[in-house]
Design a protein around this ligand. Structure first.
Ligand SMILES: [Zn+2]
Length: 103
């Protein structure tokens, strides 16, 4: 009697084949989740731009939400690249002032 029970158990859980099938799908879900689960970090506490004073929490949430809704990693990179070149230009301009302010 008990021998039969064990046999049934191993038939109910065909672990190997089941695991393999769902693995691929899991990977896609994980990828998508990663794409959409960016969060805002702690304040950079910089005094030069005062980022967290100039951008309200509501704005930050809005921005991160939009960012998470971009359709794939490439879109997100493109978005960031656009912002990065802007930041560099800004930095360049304020360089004169910084030389005077420091010291
Ligand atoms: Zn900052």
């Amino acid at each position: 009697m008990s021998d039969e029970d064990i046999e049934v158990d191993s038939a109910v859980f065909p672990l190997r084949s089941k695991k393999r099938k769902s693995h691929r799908r899991m990977k896609n879900v994980a990828k998508l989740l990663k794409l959409r689960s960016h969060e805002t970090g702690p304040s950079c506490n910089c005094t030069r731009f005062k980022c967290f004073e100039n951008v309200t929490e509501r704005d930050r949430l809005q921005i991160i939400k939009q960012f998470n809704e971009l359709k794939d990693h490439d879109e997100q990179n493109l978005y960031l690249n656009g912002l990065i070149s802007h930041a560099l230009v800004k930095r360049h301009r304020s360089r004169k002032n910084i030389d005077k302010d420091v010291e």
